[in-house]
Design a protein around this ligand. Structure first.
Ligand code: BES
Ligand code: MN
Ligand code: ZN
Length: 498
């Protein structure tokens, strides 16, 4: 994790030409090269050099642009980087992105200083978001590369000069756990499937107990006793045993109903007997991104001692095609008592979620349930990688998710549900079947899930497009993005904490 210090503006010395300073100084400049008052003052001795470099480099302070000035005359620093920014920026994501892009400029140079003075002064929370952005940008998953390349080195330490270090430090105390939660989720998604199978995943979730999270692990025997035939059917073709992990953070009042988050944790999805083609099958190590998000979220909430009661539940299985695997045509019985005809063993995520949703609803009577799942390739066809699909039986919960999505940039787009779609998963031989045919694949998957939700407000997020294989951004360069941790942390923070 990137180590970040906060120091006051005054601690960063202009350093005249006589006193050389190695490293990089980064400052923000908006339209017309407008800087904050402190930055203007610090850089005043180099003003003409900066103006000349900006003219020569056609740098106008646009967001996304930057200007590298080597040995600027009048300044002792070896390198000054101006990063474009807009005073219009307001959302947490905007500040996180600024922090991320600034870090990217600093990285590789050893100890660096970001002079975080915006033309329009940012408050402590916004500055902490910038620090979060830097920490997220710094994340790398290279533990299996035995030969590290020089050009891939990143700085492990960053000094941020701010106007009120104490206030920012306090604000980062709340946000720093979020950086850990997101990177934890990313790592779980990035880990190879021979390393991260259900039992090992459960072990990593158990580490949350260090933060005061109560963690229970249900094994195959317990799940059999509970009648979880849908979940267990998926795992039966694997030598790796299935697990269900229940995590509880009790930061709210004793009598307060919990909110619940549920994750699909298919540690590897071969498709089972309905086996997938070879192309890109390796990506199916990320088919547990929903579960990873829930673990990362629980970490974040516990780290900042969120004042809410929260249940996290993840169904962990491996979908493999051995002699014991389930077949198309099999009929399994879910914990709810409803029976399911297996049409395609590759539609396994909904089978896992069916039992976890039912279990959580039955045991915890939550205020709401939100599940996250890399559920359908069809959601990629519909929405690409920009939005996660949102399906819900509750308008208020949907509106809140939409708002949290806009704030954090982890955006959701609601798709319709209804009786006509529901009918598409009726079966000739059982209560329902596990696929709804070629049309509206993401919707029929959601309809299937809804059959395991009674009156509880519920939302399903299909993150097949957003949870893995993510395009690089200012705050993420990793294949596993940790998508959803910042979204749901924001949801809890804005709407469910007292
Ligand atoms: N894990 C996949 C969905 C997926 C696809 C996630 C691409 C990430 C990227 C899921 O289990 C699956 O195989 N779904 C099938 C359902 C179909 C058989 C009804 C699909 O989308 O093709
Ligand atoms: Mn599948
Ligand atoms: Zn899957």
């Amino acid at each position: 994790m990137l180590k970040i210090d906060f120091t006051p503006f005054s601690a960063v010395k202009a350093a005249g030409p006589g006193e050389r300073k190695s490293g990089v100084l980064i400052a923000f400049a908006g339209e017309g090269l407008k800087m904050g008052a402190a930055a203007e003052k610090l850089l005043a001795p180099a003003k003409s050099a900066i103006d000349r470099a900006a003219r020569a480099g056609k740098f106008k302070g646009a967001v996304g642009s930057s200007l590298d000035i080597l040995a600027p005359q009048g300044l002792g620093w070896d390198r000054l980087v101006l990063v474009g920014c807009s005073p219009k920026e307001k959302k947490p994501l905007d500040f996180a992105s600024l922090g991320g892009s600034a870090f990217a400029r600093a990285s590789g140079e050893g100890a660096s200083v970001v002079f975080f003075d915006l033309p329009e002064a940012a408050n402590a929370d916004q500055t902490a978001q910038a620090a979060l952005g830097a920490a997220l940008r710094a994340y790398k998953f290279d533990k299996y590369q035995t030969k590290k390349k020089d050009e891939n080195k990143t700085a492990s330490q960053l000094t941020m000069a701010v106007s009120e270090p104490a206030a920012v430090k306090k604000a980062y105390g709340v946000v720093g756990g979020l950086a850990e939660g997101v990177t934890l989720a990313r790592t779980l998604v990035n880990e190879p499937p021979n390393v991260l199978y259900p039992e090992e995943f459960a072990k990593r979730a158990q580490e949350l107990s260090k933060l005061g999270v109560e963690v229970e692990v249900l094994d195959k025997k317990t799940m059999t006793r509970l009648g979880m035939g849908a979940l267990l059917g998926v795992g039966q073709g694997s030598v790796r045993e299935s697990r269900l992990v229940v995590m509880r953070w009790n930061g709210g009042a004793k009598t307060e109903k919990p909110v619940a988050f549920i994750g699909k944790g298919v540690c590897f999805d071969t498709g089972g007997i309905s086996i997938k083609p070879a192309a890109s099958m390796e990506d199916m190590k990320g088919d547990m991104a929903g579960a990873a998000c829930v673990v990362g979220l629980m970490h974040s909430l516990a780290a900042r001692k969120a004042k809410a009661n929260v249940v996290g539940a993840i169904g962990l299985v491996e979908n493999m095609p051995d002699g014991g695997a389930q077949r198309p045509g099999d009929i399994v019985k879910s914990m709810s008592g409803q029976t399911i005809e297996i049409i395609n063993t590759d539609a396994e995520g909904r089978l896992v979620l069916a039992d976890v949703l039912w279990y959580v609803q039955d045991r915890f009577k939550p205020k709401f349930m939100i599940d996250l799942a890399t559920l359908t390739g069809a959601i990629l066809v519909a929405l690409g990688q920009e939005y996660a699909g949102l399906f819900s039986n509750d308008d208020d919960l949907s509106a809140r998710l939409k708002q949290a999505g806009e704030e954090t940039g982890e955006k959701v787009w609601r798709l319709p549900m209804g009786a006509v779609y529901d009918k598409m998963v009726d079966s000739k031989f059982a209560d329902m079947k596990n696929t709804g045919g070629r049309h509206a694949g993401s919707i029929t998957a959601a309809q299937f899930l809804q059959r395991f939700v009674n009156e509880t407000p519920w939302a399903h997020l299909d993150i097949a497009g957003t949870g893995m294989g993510s395009p690089a951004s200012d705050i993420n360069q990793s294949w596993g993005s940790g998508w959803g941790v910042r979204l749901l942390d924001r949801l809890v923070r804005d709407f469910y904490e007292k």
